[in-house]
Design a protein around this ligand. Structure first.
Ligand SMILES: Nc1ncnc2c1ncn2[C@@H]1O[C@H](COP(=O)(O)OP(=O)(O)OP(=O)(O)O)[C@@H](O)[C@H]1O
Length: 398
């Protein structure tokens, strides 16, 4: 195993939740081994291989299991089942205060942390000036850390973690405490470590930082690893989920073959709508296939329209129809298929829903209209921000 690698196999962490503290005691002493607790999976069956030098962002809602995973990597918490193997020195910025003795001064805590990571006092002596300079908390460095503000605490903790040449650096929400100038300094230093081959695990609710900094991201939902991939794509999927939740998109009925109904108020109906895939990258080809049945024998100017909306329907993205595009579509009694093709999808990250309508009389009479009959997401590697890709150029002045 290379220094800086992490291997997680079938890892689960179960906590026992008790309604009241006395239940814990009753369970311990129960002769019939009666359970007074509920099992709660903080992590469920996680498999993960992290290579030396990767920078992994971890996203997930509050309580999804991110910190638990980091604590398992550092060894503060042990697995219920499964294994976790790491190689190399780990520096972890977990919750504020972990690994610090409140009664010790800043400097004493620097040495304490060094010892915990396996450095001798001599080795630490060489590093202390850099750490003090990085923390930049003035005279407070000689005060017990219990007198620190949370910002000072974060500064010292960060300064120690990134100046001890770890093989694995773990950063859990620590950046959000410092001011902007300090954040920039930390990111710069993390970049240095990244370039020198340190493996970095990074939890933050500031997901843009993950897009900009990480090469890969994982999404943990209710203790399960549900996405693992290129950082920007995973962050977009997570962001869309946070904005829109999991919407169920209603599918249209799917008759096998054309049948003329005995009694129908409809002149024509949409039978089926399908999309070539549900997950796109910008510039990929998108195809929506619309199958419709015409019951009327005298249909003359049937038109098909396909519209894209943002999933919350607040933005009407694009909605052409065959009438506006001056395309004629089949109108005879029977089943017909029309394909709507977008050769290069110019949408950036986001979730979209598809409406399909068939009309006649110049689009005035609505023959059939299906809301939300398909849906798709767009997720990309990080190459721009926003909703649309616009052709552009830059002009550089003197
Ligand atoms: N010591 C513990 N005892 C019981 N349950 C725990 C314990 N530690 C964590 N949990 C539970 O495990 C689940 C995962 O918690 P964890 O702190 O890993 O989530 P998180 O993703 O880091 O959340 P946040 O974004 O709020 O920091 C939560 O439901 C939490 O309540």
């Amino acid at each position: 195993m290379d220094k800086g690698t992490i291997e997680v196999r079938d890892l689960s962490k179960v906590y026992h939740l008790y309604n009241k503290p006395s239940d814990r005691i009753r369970e311990t002493f129960s002769i019939r081994k009666k359970k007074y607790s509920k099992e709660h999976y903080a992590l469920k069956n996680i498999n993960l291989k992290i290579n030396k030098g990767e920078s992994i962002g971890i996203v997930g809602t509050n309580g999804s299991g991110k910190s638990t995973l980091l604590k398992l990597v550092t060894g503060v918490v042990t697995p219920t089942t499964g294994t976790i193997k790491t190689d190399g020195k780990i520096a972890a910025l977990l919750e504020l205060g972990a690994g610090f003795n409140p009664e010790y001064t800043g400097i004493e805590n620097i040495y304490l942390n060094g010892t915990m990571m396996g450095y001798t006092e001599e080795e630490m002596k060489k590093r202390v000036p850099d750490i003090i300079e990085f923390a930049d908390i003035g005279e407070f460095i000689n005060q017990p850390v219990k007198s620190y503000s949370s910002g000072m605490f974060a500064r010292l903790a960060f300064a120690v973690s990134i100046n001890v040449e770890p093989d694995i650096l773990i950063v859990d929400e620590a950046l959000s405490v410092g001011d902007t100038r300090f954040q920039v300094k930390c990111i710069d230093k993390m970049r240095e470590l990244q370039e020198s081959g340190t493996t970095i695990l990074f939890v933050t609710h500031a997901i843009e930082q993950i897009k900009r900094f990480c090469t890969r991201a994982i999404w943990i939902k209710n203790g399960e690893l549900i996405e693992d991939g290129e950082a920007s794509q995973v962050v977009d999927l997570y962001d869309n989920f946070m904005k829109y939740g999991e919407k169920k998109i209603e599918k249209v009925n799917n008759e096998d073959e054309f049948r003329l109904p005995e009694n129908s108020d409809y002149l024509a109906v949409i039978q089926k709508v399908s999309i070539n895939k549900n997950m796109f990258k910008t510039f990929e080809k998108l195809e929506v296939e619309v199958t419709y049945d015409v019951y009327d024998n005298h249909m003359e100017d049937l038109q098909v329209g396909v519209a894209f909306y943002s999933l919350d329907r607040k933005i009407y993205v694009f909605g052409p129809n065959t009438n506006l595009d001056k395309i004629s579509v089949p109108q005879k009694q029977g089943r017909h298929v029309v394909k709507y093709i977008v050769p290069e999808l110019m949408l950036m990250g986001g979730d979209y829903t598809v409406d399909v309508g068939i009309f006649n009389s110049g689009g005035i009479v609505n023959l059939d209209y299906k809301n939300n009959c398909e849906g798709f997401s767009v997720a990309n590697e990080y190459f721009s921000e926003g909703m649309f890709y616009l052709k552009h150029e830059w002009q550089i002045g003197e």
